[in-house]
Design a protein around this ligand. Structure first.
Ligand SMILES: NC(=O)C1=CN([C@@H]2O[C@H](COP(=O)(O)OP(=O)(O)OC[C@H]3O[C@@H](n4cnc5c(N)ncnc54)[C@H](OP(=O)(O)O)[C@@H]3O)[C@@H](O)[C@H]2O)C=CC1
Ligand SMILES: CC(=O)N[C@@H](CCC(=O)OP(=O)(O)O)C(=O)O
Length: 348
């Protein structure tokens, strides 16, 4: 098979850096342009000292001219920047966007949570997502040329709850509380992310249904359910660089048991290379998935209150963005889906 040339826009940022970390080990691609905004002209190594093989590469300015001419372009830019750039790229360039611009199908939801004009929607880049009983999103991604990689919280939360909705096990009343490492907020300086503020302390934000990932999670669970699902979502910031732990719960019909729930999750995920339902009694941890494209899931039913509890752990930069993006590249280009993607976490 021919080796593809790949460009990464937003290469000085966290998501761009993670894509490059994974592409360095990918046998079917050569890394072409690496681009940035304020950091254009800098060597890449100044921003990502871990990316030794690319340390001397110079960051170019992000423009359609620098990106055109590649087979595949990854966009790892702030919200709103992808849509304008994507419109300027030639039709024969495959675009994999880590931003939110093309994730939502409902223009009203986009307008409400992002406050700008809706750019449209692309194939949603979460292959393992159950979109209805027995069907996964993977089919939409094979050969797709324009892909919207999910947000990090929606990746963990949707994989946690979609099987229960697709199987008719969950009946609604969804509550999700998820903790994220600080890299989830990107690299630009923010006062609440100073070490003195973020270390040794956990804090909620986007409380009360205002976080922009709420409609994305609702979109995913509604597809799985075949009817609209409302979600109460509360993100929290945890004093760690990477990782998301999403604790998700939903109402179940009286009499539903943990054994029934485990059967549903085993059917959904036993054949998946990256999603692992842990043995009964073992709970997901962010430490165990660090640096890998894995999702750890555990499920139980709190029979006292009739609620399904599903906990999912991911690395927000790997499965939550860069790894998810490379997985989409593999599906889009017909490579083995696991190519270049670690399935072993870094521990301790
Ligand atoms: N961090 C995470 O865990 C996740 C991130 N994402 C998404 O990935 C995208 C990138 O996030 P992240 O890497 O964390 O962000 P960073 O802030 O770390 O990086 C942003 C990148 O975009 C560049 N940039 C900034 N402004 C512009 C602009 N106006 N036009 C073109 N380029 C610009 C920056 O260049 P420079 O440094 O030169 O200014 C930098 O390379 C976002 O859409 C984010 O929501 C999705 C899931 C998870
Ligand atoms: C800890 C933290 O701040 N996390 C980010 C989510 C990052 C993410 O998934 O990105 P998208 O912006 O691409 O949707 C946040 O809550 O805004």
């Amino acid at each position: 098979m021919q080796v593809l040339s790949v460009a990464v826009a937003g290469a000085s940022g966290y998501a761009g850096g993670e894509i490059l970390r994974l592409l360095i080990g990918h046998p079917e691609v050569t890394i072409g342009a690496v681009t940035a905004a304020s950091s254009a002209g800098d060597p890449l190594g100044r921003h990502h000292p871990n990316l030794t093989p690319l340390a001397e590469r110079v960051l170019q300015a992000t423009s359609s001219e620098t990106l055109a001419g590649h087979d595949v372009v990854f966009l790892a830019l702030p919200h709103g920047a992808s849509a304008a750039l994507a419109r300027q790229l030639p039709d024969d360039v495959t675009i994999i966007d880590c931003g939110a611009d093309f994730r939502l199908t409902d223009p009203a939801a986009w307008q409400e949570f992002y406050g700008s004009e809706h750019a449209g929607s692309w194939a949603y880049g979460l292959p393992e997502l159950m979109v209805e009983a027995g069907k996964k999103q993977r089919a939409q991604l094979t050969g797709a040329t324009h892909i919207a990689v999910p947000g990090c919280y929606p990746t963990a939360s949707s994989l946690a709850l979609a099987p229960a909705f697709a199987a008719g096990l969950a009946t609604g009343d969804v509550v999700i509380v998820a903790a994220s490492g600080t890299s989830g907020a990107g690299k630009s300086l923010k006062p609440h992310l100073l070490a003195a503020e973020a270390m040794g302390s956990m804090s909620p934000y986007g409380v009360g249904g205002s976080h922009r990932h709420t409609p994305e999670i609702e979109q995913n669970l509604s597809r799985a359910n075949g009817d609209s699902v409302a979600v109460s979502f509360t993100p929290t910031l945890a004093p760690m660089p990477r990782g998301i732990l999403a604790t998700c719960s939903a109402r179940v019909a009286p009499g539903t048991t943990t054994a029934q729930a485990r059967t549903v999750y085993a059917e959904a995920y036993d054949a998946e290379p990256f999603v692992h339902v842990l043995p009964e009694g073992v709970w997901p941890t962010t430490g165990a998935v660090l640096g890998s494209n894995n999702v750890q899931v555990q499920v139980t039913v709190d029979e006292r209150v009739g609620r399904l509890i599903v906990v999912a752990a991911i690395d927000n930069l790997t499965k939550g963005t860069g790894g998810g993006a490379v997985q989409c590249l593999n599906l889009s280009c017909g490579f083995d889906e696991q190519l270049g993607l670690p399935t072993t976490g870094v521990a301790p």
